[in-house]
Design a protein around this ligand. Structure first.
Ligand SMILES: Cc1cc2nc3c(=O)[nH]c(=O)nc-3n(C[C@H](O)[C@H](O)[C@H](O)COP(=O)(O)OP(=O)(O)OC[C@H]3O[C@@H](n4cnc5c(N)ncnc54)[C@H](O)[C@@H]3O)c2cc1C
Length: 427
């Protein structure tokens, strides 16, 4: 029977709960709001399946030479690109997949009956894909989607499953030999870490209380295009008609996420941050399009795509919906800033934050522990002009170029130059 002695060793992927033949494992939220397996010892039949499918216990690092194929991509259709977090790499992949296979796509969406929850759901047409687009910086609940994937594969349907690296490893561990099914395609992310659903719930309460009106729509990657460039931030619309746009680094939840105070304990020592992934494709952000492709301006978002397998090539390289620019993936990985190959470092006051969460207003906690960072005059000026609709890229270009140069000078650690495999795959 699965027992979690050290929370850092459980990613909450849900493979164990879904593998239990008698359904005696519930996924329950702990005091921080993260899901962990809670087996019912009285119903357990001691079959050991739950332990066998734990990806953290069984995946092993295997060194691998070289780098995956790298691309910068965006969806050729501006409408889909605008709806996506980045360039709509996922939107283009998923639409092309649906068109070619008539299969089923799984991804994360806000729970339609409770916006504070994020869960994995299926889509079989373009309309169904829309809620799966854009990043939700909250850990999603995979529910029973792994078992649904197995059933679909057995019926001969093609499946495209997208999730965080730990979710993709969880799915593969759950499927066992079925993970090699020709109809299974997977996409994972360059992942910072997955914040707590409880913190997100507190944040939504804070927003609605401040506005004295319920939220009717919310996104963490709102785009405000203009002047051939665009702004990104949290976008929200309230029932009273007020629409707000808050830049990421100023937003209360944004500061908790990027301040590394709210993610799951396992995210701070993620075993799945390797250059090669179990997924067919890894997607992430890239803010440096015109440095890699001179003459191209990022007017609406760009997605970095790392292609690991032949199936990945089908999804990305043989996809007419995507505009593609091949770029050496080592450079893309470095430019991405480390989240492909290393875990984030937890905020020193993470424990204090969670011990006070719910007892003090979230905005006050965030202001004290992850305050808005002071900006240099140049950046402040650029932000002010940006917010008032005047996008002056030259004000940012220098700092952007400096950031890229610093990142490209880093070295990817040897322990990331490989992939996490299950022992059977090594034989
Ligand atoms: C928790 C989280 C942390 C991330 N951290 C980074 C990072 O540090 N650096 C970086 O470059 N990129 C990060 N990303 C990825 C990035 O935000 C974009 O999703 C990515 O660039 C692809 O953009 P896109 O436009 O192609 O697709 P998108 O429109 O963003 O769609 C990408 C896919 O992400 C899935 N997804 C959304 N939310 C979740 C979730 N909570 N759990 C699992 N899957 C989800 C969607 O279902 C969709 O399939 C993160 C994403 C998430 C969800």
């Amino acid at each position: 029977m699965i027992t979690i002695e050290n929370k850092q060793n459980c990613t909450g992927c849900g493979a164990c709960a879904q593998a239990c033949p008698v359904g005696c494992i519930a996924m329950r939220a702990d005091e921080e709001g993260f899901l962990y397996p809670a087996p019912d010892a009285d119903r357990c039949v001691s079959c050991g399946k739950c332990e066998k499918v734990c990806p953290v216990s069984h995946a092993r690092f295997a060194a691998r030479e070289g780098f995956p194929e790298g691309y910068l991509v965006y969806d050729r259709d501006e409408k889909w690109r605008l709806m996506a977090a980045g360039g709509g790499g996922f939107a283009g992949i998923a639409r092309d997949f649906l068109k070619k296979t008539r299969g089923v796509v799984f991804g994360a969406r806000f729970d339609p009956s409770d916006r504070s929850r994020v869960l994995h759901a299926r889509a079989e047409d373009e309309e169904g894909l829309k809620p799966l687009l854009k990043s939700k910086y909250v850990q999603s609940d995979t529910g029973d989607t792994f078992s649904r994937v197995r059933a679909l594969l057995k019926e001969g349907r093609a499946v495209l499953y997208s999730g965080t690296p730990c979710q993709i490893q969880g799915l593969r561990a759950y499927l066992g030999p079925d993970r090699e099914a020709p109809g299974l395609y997977t996409v994972d992310l360059s992942c910072h870490g997955a914040p707590s659903p409880r913190v997100f719930g507190e944040y939504l309460k804070y927003l609605e209380a401040k506005e004295k009106s319920p939220l009717i729509s919310f996104t963490m990657r709102d785009k405000r295009p203009g002047n051939g460039l665009y702004l990104q931030g949290f976008g929200m619309t309230f029932k009273n008609g007020h629409q707000a746009f808050v830049p990421h680094k100023k937003d209360v939840f944004g500061r908790c996420f990027w301040g590394e105070i709210a993610s799951r304990p396992s995210c701070y020592q993620c075993p799945f941050k390797t250059v090669w992934r179990a997924a067919d494709v890894t997607l992430g952000d890239c803010w440096f399009l015109n440095s890699f492709v001179p003459g191209e301006q990022d007017s609406l978002g760009v997605t970095m795509a790392l292609v690991h397998t032949d199936k990945g090539k089908k999804l990305v390289a043989e996809n007419a919906l995507l505009r593609r620019f091949p770029v050496a993936s080592e450079k893309l990985i470095l430019a991405n800033g480390g989240m492909i190959y290393q875990s984030a470092v937890p905020h020193p006051s993470r424990a204090v934050f969670f011990s006070r969460l719910g007892r003090e207003p979230l905005d006050r906690l965030a202001d004290e522990l992850v305050p808005v960072k002071k900006q240099r005059l140049r950046a402040r000026l650029a932000d002010r002009l940006n917010e008032s609709g005047l996008r002056l890229e030259f004000l940012r270009k220098k700092s952007r170029a400096g950031r890229l140069k610093e990142r490209l000078n880093r070295t990817i650690p040897e322990r990331a130059l490989g992939e996490m495999v299950f022992p059977a795959e090594r034989e």
